[in-house]
Design a protein around this ligand. Structure first.
Ligand code: F6P
Length: 354
């Protein structure tokens, strides 16, 4: 019997999702399998909203940003339902999977998606996941698709900020996505030549940031670029977070705005903030992301053909390999303090605020 595959995209969208859908769909067709897509992430699975992914749907989407299936951050075990708050809809997800006689559910997503797929796996569904996120923080894989495109966008933004910062002799603080992992701020910061890079993994001392900015000024450099991840924290904030049970303990303006205010008041240097926000998630994927998504999507079908399930298709070196989902779910891949990118950045004089 031909295998029947259900696919969904969940969590924040990112460039490369359509390339992955196309790869899964086209490779499946070439092996005589059939594919349907669930709309809007796990919500579509719970509500049984599907679209048949025939060849006409898979055509012309390789370079398209976003996801033709739609996405959401809804989780089956805590699904928002009208005014009633949330409900555990897992039984409905399981029923729909069974009623459709699916052989496997392919879930494309970041950390939340890996966890939700794992929960469904424990309820008896066969799943395979693909690692996507601009944050690049999925455990078990060297890289996620979406990251390269977001890094290119953020690096280009930093390039553009240089000329205006230079002309006005300003400090520009550019906020880059990444609440818990700093891969994007780090990669784009290094590629764009940011003078200061602040990431969640390295809590910063404001004195160190100020000193490095003033140093540049003393050397006759009359502008500076600070790349800060959304989740970057000062040493004091990091301590406060460590001692608090709630993630939302640290309230108030964004990390970038707080930092810019401090820079201006402590240095008297005119300072501006640019938050790149969802620009980093929109638009056409880079060739690198298209290639990666195509490799992961086609490898997924090869694994299904070999009856390998309950794994994430990961990148290890130059290979795409299956990694058990239980080794991935609930884990984050953060930037290690001794990562080669950090060492290189330090050697070219980048300040990390530590
Ligand atoms: O997980 C990807 C991500 O883009 C993070 O970098 C960012 O913090 C978050 O999603 C933003 O989420 P939303 O689009 O739901 O506001």
């Amino acid at each position: 019997m031909a295998k029947f595959i259900g696919g969904l995209t969940a969590g924040g969208d990112c460039p490369g999702l359509n390339a992955a859908i196309r790869a899964v769909g086209k490779a499946a067709h070439s092996r005589g399998m059939e594919v349907i897509g669930f709309l809007d992430g796990f919500r579509g699975l719970v509500e049984n909203r599907t679209v048949r992914l025939d060849m006409s749907k898979l055509s012309g989407i390789l370079t398209l940003g976003g996801t033709i299936l739609g996405t959401s951050r809804d989780k089956p075990h805590r699904m928002p339902v009208g005014e009633k708050g949330t409900m555990d809809m897992t039984p409905l997800a399981v029923d729909n999977y069974k009623r459709l006689h699916l052989d496997v559910l392919v879930c494309m997503g970041g950390n939340g998606t890996q966890k939700n797929a794992y929960r469904l796996m424990k309820k008896g569904l066969r799943v395979i996941t693909l690692p996507k996120t601009i944050d690049n923080d999925v455990a078990g894989t060297d890289i996620t698709f979406g990251f390269d495109t977001a890094m290119a966008i953020a690096a280009e933004a930093i390039d553009r900020l240089h000329s205006t910062a230079d002309s006005h002799h300003r400090v520009i603080v550019v906020e880059i996505m990444g609440h818990r992992a700093g891969w994007l701020a780090l990669g784009a910061g290094i590629a764009g030549g940011a003078d200061v890079i602040l990431i969640p993994e390295i809590p910063y001392h404001i004195e160190s940031v100020i000193e490095s900015l003033l140093n540049r000024y003393r050397q006759g450099k009359r502008f500076s670029i600070v790349a800060i991840a959304e989740g970057a924290l000062s040493v004091e904030e990091a301590k406060k977070k460590e001692n608090s049970s709630s993630e939302k303990e640290i309230q108030g303006p964004s990390a970038a705005v707080k930092l810019a205010r401090q820079i201006e008041s402590l240095t008297n240097l005119e300072t501006r903030v640019t938050a790149l926000g969802h620009l980093q998630r929109g638009g056409t994927p880079t060739p690198t992301d298209r290639l990666l998504a195509t490799r992961l999507g086609t490898k997924c079908i090869e694994l299904i053909e070999q009856d390998v399930y309950n794994v994430m298709v990961a990148v290890k070196g130059t290979d795409c390999v299956p990694v058990e989902l239980e080794k991935v779910a609930g884990k984050l891949r953060l930037v290690p303090a001794d990562h080669p990118w950090i060492q290189s950045a330090r050697l070219v004089g980048t300040c990390f605020g530590d």
